[in-house]
Unconditional design. Structure first.
Length: 150
């Protein structure tokens, strides 16, 4: 549903006529728009047949639900971002494999992580690789493992 909003530009006078302010469509239906519509509905209702109080409570409940769903969605996105960061940080010191530029599988030791972009970037043997391109993780061989095998 597209709702139009007024811009802050003043009306321009041309002779005795004035032009209407330019309307720009608002792309989202938020609580501000919802409450504005509810207030307008209450102002313009027929006094002999007022709005049903159950209907008003239902609309208010829908508004509260919409706000909670919006918050929940935001929290989910933040949680996913935090999980990606934790997963990337846990790769440091591990042997990881990834698809190279030509599609060949490469592997190396993850030495650093950058959180500068939306998707964390892991440095593997000097190459910057997005976390979502990493296809496998192996425990890096330590000096003790080499001594046990010898």
């Amino acid at each position: 549903m597209t709702v139009e909003a007024l811009t802050n530009e003043p009306a321009k006078a041309t002779g005795i006529y004035t032009t209407q302010p330019t309307r720009t469509p608002k792309q989202t239906m938020d609580s501000e728009v919802f409450l504005s519509l509810l207030v307008t509905q209450l102002r313009n209702q027929d006094p002999s047949s007022p709005m049903d109080s159950n209907q008003m409570i239902t609309q208010t409940t829908q508004l509260a639900s919409m706000e909670q769903l919006t918050r929940l969605s935001t929290l989910g996105e933040e949680n996913f971002s935090l999980q990606m960061r934790m997963a990337a940080a846990a790769l440091i010191g591990q042997e990881v494999s990834y698809a190279g530029e030509n599609g060949q599988i490469r592997s190396g030791i993850a030495s650093a992580v950058s959180f500068a972009n939306q998707i964390p970037t892991v440095t593997i043997d000097g190459a910057a690789v997005n976390l979502d391109l990493i296809s496998g993780v192996n425990r890096a061989a330590s000096g003790l493992d080499h001594q046990r095998k010898a």
